[in-house]
Design a protein around this ligand. Structure first.
Ligand code: GLC
Length: 538
């Protein structure tokens, strides 16, 4: 193992292409927009970017429904634009990860179209999970599995002769049929996909739903007792064969020079189970969602951080840390919601009434995250302190979870609103036309990058300072020690030469002695205010 490997302490910035920057002006962000704005990302001081999918797609799940794995959606750009991003990012000292979506394709993928046009039992159908229905006439789904997005995980097709036919499995939207990874053609196809992008120069992959590719043989019903217990076994997730697929991919990434990596998106709980996905011959790292789901509370944070360090350490993997991404309520809102909106935003969640407190707590949590040893993931817009958008009109909501849950789940659109660049410009500088695929709140002028850049105390400058100090102090590669001297409700630890105090309480506490290297918010003389984190030398 190479303990200096770049990814072990990297900070990775997630770019969600459709909401980052829109060079064409059609209201959907694109790759030329990203290529133009790479210097703004580099200026933050991150080590890498991760691009969410930009592949040709009918966009029923914002591109996580891929119709062609080795091309670019014409609305988002072209392969030449990917090359421009790779060259541009590399020249700025940033690596580039791309999204690999292997569990399912789009229903517009030529394979799925061929499957629909072919007979039951054909090789075309064998690439997906087609099954006969149960009950009279095969009218009932083959088993009781539910889609992650709500409703049954099976959709019935109409056969070529017009009769109701077989059912296909989709763990997500019905436009996302699951591939059958026992079919050697599927395996060989994805080998080529990996090589296609590695040959083009990508530095690795973020692997979408990395724990799902294999299903339990025979597709047995989910036991009724499984309920919402996320630590138990399920016939849909965490099957042993998935590890074989990942080990095989690891041999592919390892065969390329330059430390190419696999980062797994696996909603696996608890973290000890997650660690099984980053054993030395599997993925390099996996998103730490147990950390993301933790409240901003000292005891709970200490528990989840120590447990993460222990679990990942036991397999010699670095821990990762993440607070926001395109699937969860932005942490500038989430951390001040009660109860925490774990599992997504529902109609019965109250909107945040004190957004300033939301930003304060988010910055305090970020200052904890960026001090921790290991690798951290940022989501575009968090460096601006963007809140979740709660009031998107129902008619404009696009996330399939909204419709599939009958509107009970509001879905993930609220964290995907195009980000503001310029306070005083159409669409806040997202493009030149003012178009936006989701409406931007008028209040976002205050969050625009140009309103924060160079402004002392802004969230943007706080992120830049935190990232610069993290790098200068080598925090990502240092060891963590808890300091029990901190008052109740204050998370206290030392990483390298830096002492971190995160006051998670509603009251100020005395500031510890030493030079303040970073503060997540204004200090009050000798006091560390409520919901504020400091990094101190001494
Ligand atoms: C992952 C993605 C999410 C997508 C789902 C299905 O969880 O992050 O956005 O909807 O997979 O591909």
């Amino acid at each position: 193992m190479n303990s200096n490997a770049w990814w072990r302490s990297a900070v990775v910035y997630q770019v969600y292409p459709r909401s980052f920057a829109d060079a064409s002006g059609d209201g959907i962000g694109d790759l030329p927009g990203i290529a133009d704005r790479l210097p703004a990302i580099a200026e933050l001081g991150v080590d890498a970017i991760w691009l969410s999918p930009y592949y040709p797609s009918p966009q029923h799940d914002a591109g996580y429904d891929v119709a062609d794995y080795t091309d670019v959606d014409p609305r988002l750009g072209s392969l030449a634009d990917v090359d421009r991003i790779l060259t541009g990012a590399h020249a700025l000292g940033m690596r580039v990860l791309v999204d690999l979506v292997p569990n399912h394709s789009s229903w517009d993928h030529p394979w799925f179209r061929a499957a629909l046009a072919s007979a039951p039992g054909s090789p075309e159908r064998a690439r997906y999970l087609f099954r006969d229905g149960k009950g009279p006439g095969g009218d009932e789904p083959p088993n009781n599995w539910q889609s992650v997005f709500g409703g049954p995980a099976w959709e019935r097709v109409t056969e070529a002769d017009g009769t109701p036919g077989q059912w296909y499995l989709h763990l997500f939207d019905r436009s996302q049929p699951d591939l059958d990874w026992t079919d050697p053609e599927v395996v060989a196809f994805f080998d080529d996909v990996l090589r296609f992008w590695l040959d083009r120069g990508v530095d690795g992959f973020r692997v979408d739903v990395a724990n799902a590719m294999a299903k339990a043989p025979g597709l047995p019903d989910v036991a009724p007792t499984a309920g919402t217990d996320r630590s138990g076994s399920s016939p849909m997730w965490e099957q042993p064969e998935v590890h074989d697929i990942i080990r095989h991919w690891r041999t592919i990434t390892d065969s390329y020079p330059g430390q190419r990596i696999l980062t797994g998106e696996a909603w696996v709980f608890p973290v000890e189970r997650l660690a099984a996905w980053v054993r030395p011959d599997e993925m390099h790292q996996a998103f730490n969602f147990p950390f993301l789901e933790a409240p901003f509370e000292a005891t709970e944070l200490r528990r989840v951080v120590q447990r993460s360090l222990d679990a990942f350490g036991s397999v010699d993997a670095p821990s990762t840390w993440v607070l926001s991404n395109h699937d969860v309520v932005r942490h500038a809102s989430r951390l001040v919601m009660d109860p925490l909106p774990i599992g997504g935003l529902r109609r019965d969640h109250a909107a945040v009434t004190d957004p300033a407190r939301g930003v304060r707590v988010a910055r305090a949590a970020t200052a904890v995250m960026l001090a921790l040893p290991g690798s951290a993931y940022l989501f575009q817009g968090e460096e601006l302190g963007l809140p979740e958008v709660f009031d998107i009109p129902d008619a404009l909501r696009q996330d399939p979870t909204f419709a599939r849950s009958g509107g009970e789940h509001l879905g993930r659109d609220g964290c995907r609103v195009p980000i503001p660049w310029t306070a005083d410009a159409p669409a806040f500088g997202f493009n030149a036309t003012g178009e936006s695929w989701l409406p931007q709140p008028a209040s976002w002028a205050a969050f625009a990058r140009d309103a924060q850049r160079g402004v002392a105390g802004s969230t943007l400058e706080f992120y830049r300072a935190a990232l610069a100090t993290r790098r200068a102090e080598g925090l990502g590669g240092a060891a963590l020690e808890w300091t029990d001297a901190a008052p109740a409700g204050v998370l206290g630890f030392r990483v390298g030469a830096v002492r971190v105090w995160a006051n998670t309480t509603a009251d100020a506490v005395p500031l510890p002695e030493g030079d303040v290297l970073l503060a997540s918010g204004p200090l009050q003389g000798e006091a560390l205010p409520a919901e504020t984190t400091v990094w101190i030398r001494g």
